[in-house]
Write a protein that binds this ligand. Structure first.
Ligand code: GCW
Length: 747
């Protein structure tokens, strides 16, 4: 927006606190109680050493034209943040003062910014520059971008600097997102439930929309903008056709309106069969002209009300969802059908590669997607992005990287991560996923030699794609604390930060999150970051050590179920025994040339590493190899002993996390302290249950004694097997069939 801004001076003062120094924080932390609603944007007062005097001559810039909604959001955030942290109301002006003056805007709306040499060319359309300069004789912090949203991102970045007690007196920050589409996928149903959601009902109140717009939407949008998330898929990939009806599209438009100032575009999951279910056609065949015309009309209808609509996400030919396959068409023909209707408006299709058959005779489950998609490389339109889960299976606590990454040089590929902890203990378990996300991003595909990391595949630097993306399955619901626990918030946070910069460090991100969420006091910071960094590996240890996967209970995916085996209602690749292949000879899935040869889907260097017993990473050993129980590990122990000791270590780590937390009571307000302490107590119990049940089951097959000093499971295998939980939050349908008899409850 071009405007002729007038520049005038006005004297006023703001108390300036210097943000170094950590003294006196103990009391402050305890004083600032929280229930988690404010996430990492708490803006608690800064207690530090005074440095400056009152500054009496800050510069105010009054734009002659009104600020855009996004710049107004930036101003409001600066006011909220600085008022909270500096403890004084900051007047409502374009330029606020903290360390001298703050000047924010774009070269388009501010002649003053235009007149400065800020190096904005380097930050693209979404990045920002923050610099300390002398402007009109005043020491000024300039927060500028080429677009309004860049300025908003910069404002959050500046506030983070203060929140994390970093110096702000000589700033020279230049930042731009490496990935273009940074998206949260909501698996939210239109009836308010959330598939694999463990934080209450959906935050989208479809019944109230479009007339009532909950203030939570804005709080949500601020949190997303603070970490650079710029897209939201509103509904479950197992999509209801109603989402495409006028009734719901009006609601979608209302949400798009609320989220727009925060740079968040809305996207929809669509069922491939919509031309039949909504359009009353006889077919959804992508090559049928009537089907194509129906989608064109529908898309035009959407863009009429949502001009910046982002596009579609699709789950096709997967787990019962309809797709092109039933018409004898390829995944590319299906994706291009939608892509061509969206292309005139600049919309994209995120086409999931999570496609597989549950037919008992189908090939190794983890190989199917590659075999379906790899031959189609080059057949997808430019506005299609193939959305791959991080691993080839399904969001397990640990998987190797998905071999599709790097294998599709002529196609756009994006990464899908699961922020909600479907397979990692759900809402109460303490598992920081920054480390899992980092591991997924840093995995080296070797597609173009060393350094061809997944991060470089998805940020477009490996093959030069322009449509780049990353998606995280959201863990957000209507719980007061948004995520079902305080520490689950860190996973939303880490996802956003890694989406902005996939090469960032999970440890650094954890530290910043702790500082903003709890306190900058090193007495809290160090141990809590230590807990976070150890937490995911602890879960791997007590659930799926050494490369095991999918050993959980059926349906709910909560609690152990290594005995779950194929049956009339249990396809082999939904069972646990399919993955462990535990039998009298040993344990593990042989994916070498002597087995399914899934290893051959990786680039030769990687394949050779995984195939070699000497070089295969120990934490993926049983993913790729079936080995005798008595196999000698590099440690000198047998495989059996190592397996058992991993379960034990997992429990011990959780106990250590709990002990560590219990020492921190005086640094955390009681609500957040107690909740975390109680959840850790619960997790010790759950970890022990996993350990005992898993050891009992595998020992019934290995028939080997436990290593010296390891306690026997207190119950019989029968008791563990009989224990059945019929319902957990977020499980679609009625859950597993638990016979309502007097089955024993294990100790
Ligand atoms: O992991 C599985 C989940 C399903 C989910 C599916 C998918 C949305 O158990 O609940 O369905 O993945 O990613 O499509």
């Amino acid at each position: 927006m071009q405007s002729t801004a007038s520049v005038h001076r006005r004297g006023w003062s703001v108390l300036f606190a210097v943000l170094l120094g950590l003294a006196g924080l103990t009391a402050a932390a305890a004083a600032h109680a929280g229930d988690g609603y404010r996430l990492w944007l708490r803006y608690v007062p800064v207690h530090g050493v005074w440095l400056g005097r009152y500054r009496r001559s800050a510069t105010e810039l009054a734009a002659s034209s009104p600020l855009s909604p996004t710049l107004r959001a930036a101003r409001a955030e600066l006011q909220r943040g600085l008022t909270g942290m500096l403890g004084k109301r900051v007047p409502s002006v374009r330029t606020v003062t903290a360390n001298g003056a703050i000047l924010f805007g774009t070269p388009h709306d501010s002649p003053l910014i235009r007149s400065l040499r800020l190096g904005l060319r380097a930050v693209g359309s979404q990045g920002y520059v923050i610099r300390t300069l002398t402007v009109l004789g005043h020491r000024t912090t300039v927060i500028a971008g080429n677009s309004d949203i860049g300025v908003l991102y910069g404002a959050f970045r500046y506030l983070r600097q203060i929140q994390t007690r970093r110096p702000i007196d000589a700033l020279a920050i230049v930042s731009r997102p490496k990935i273009r589409h940074r998206i949260l996928d909501f698996w939210d149903n239109l009836n308010g439930t959330v598939e694999r959601g463990y934080a209450g009902d959906s935050i989208w109140k479809w019944d109230e929309l479009p007339r009532y717009l909950s203030p939570r939407y804005i709080a949500f949008a601020r949190a997303c903008a603070s970490i650079g998330i710029n897209g939201v898929v509103l509904n479950n990939v197992n999509a209801s056709p109603y989402i495409l009806t006028p009734l719901y599209l009006e609601k979608v438009a209302a949400l798009a309106g609320v989220l727009r100032p925060y740079g968040i575009r809305v996207y929809l999951s669509v069922p491939f069969s919509a031309p039949i279910t909504v359009g009353r056609l006889k077919t959804a065949d992508p090559l049928d002209p009537a089907v194509q015309a129906w989608w064109r009309k529908k898309v035009a209808e959407i863009y009429r009300d949502v001009p910046d609509f982002g596009g579609f996400l699709t789950k096709a030919d997967s787990e019962g969802e309809p797709g092109p396959e039933q018409y004898g068409r390829t995944q590319a023909q299906g994706a291009n059908l939608l892509a061509r209707t969206l292309a005139p408006y600049g919309g994209i299709v995120m086409w999931r590669t999570f496609v597989y058959s549950t037919n008992p005779h189908s090939e190794d489950r983890v190989m199917q997607a590659y075999d379906i998609f790899k031959p189609l490389d080059g057949k997808f339109d430019q506005n299609v992005i193939l959305q791959n889960k991080n691993g080839p299976l399904d969001f397990q606590p640990r998987e190797p990287f998905n071999p599709l990454f790097g294998a599709m040089p002529k196609s756009n590929e994006m990464l899908e991560l699961e922020i909600t902890k479907e397979y990692l203990g759900q809402q109460t378990s303490f598992a920081y996923l920054g480390t899992l996300f980092e591991e997924a991003l840093r995995a080296d595909t070797w597609a173009r030699g060393r350094g061809s990391t997944v991060a470089r595949v998805i940020d477009g630097s490996l093959y030069g794609e322009r449509q780049t993306g990353i998606a995280g399955v959201a863990n957000i619901g209507s719980d007061r604390d948004w995520c079902g626990s305080i520490f689950n918030q860190s996973n939303w946070y880490a996802f956003g930060r890694l989406a902005w910069n996939p090469e960032a460090s999970a440890r650094t991100i954890a530290g910043q999150w702790v500082r903003m969420t709890f306190s900058n006091n090193p007495a809290l910071l160090r141990p809590v970051v230590g807990m976070m960094m150890a937490s995911r590996e602890a879960v791997v240890d007590y659930m799926d050590p050494l490369g095991l996967a999918s050993q959980m209970a059926a349906g709910t995916h909560f609690g152990p179920g290594p005995w779950v085996h194929p049956g009339p209602h249990m396809p082999p690749d939904w069972s646990s025994t399919y993955y462990s292949h535990a039998n009298a000879t040993g344990i593990g899935f042989d994916r070498t040339a002597s087995g399914s040869d899934a290893i051959a889907q990786y680039a030769p260097h990687v394949a050779a590493k995984f195939a070699s017993l000497k070089h295969c990473p120990e934490d993926l050993l049983l993913w790729f190899h079936h080995l005798p129980w008595t196999y000698r590990m590099p440690s000198g122990r047998t495989l059996w002993d190592s397996l058992v000791l991993h379960y034990v270590r997992g429990v011990d780590t959780v106990k250590w996390m709990r002990r560590t937390w219990l020492k921190l009571a005086r640094y955390v307000d009681p609500y957040r302290f107690d909740m975390t302490a109680d959840f850790l107590t619960l997790q010790v119990h759950n970890a022990q249950w996993w350990r005992d049940a898993s050891i009992a089951y595998f020992q019934s097959i290995s028939h080997l004694p436990l290593p010296p000093g390891v306690a026997r499971p207190p119950d019989t295998l029968k008791a563990y097997e009989a224990f059945c939980i019929p319902y957990v939050e977020g499980t679609p349908g009625a859950g597993p069939a638990c016979p309502p008899d007097d089955a024993p409850v294990p100790r």
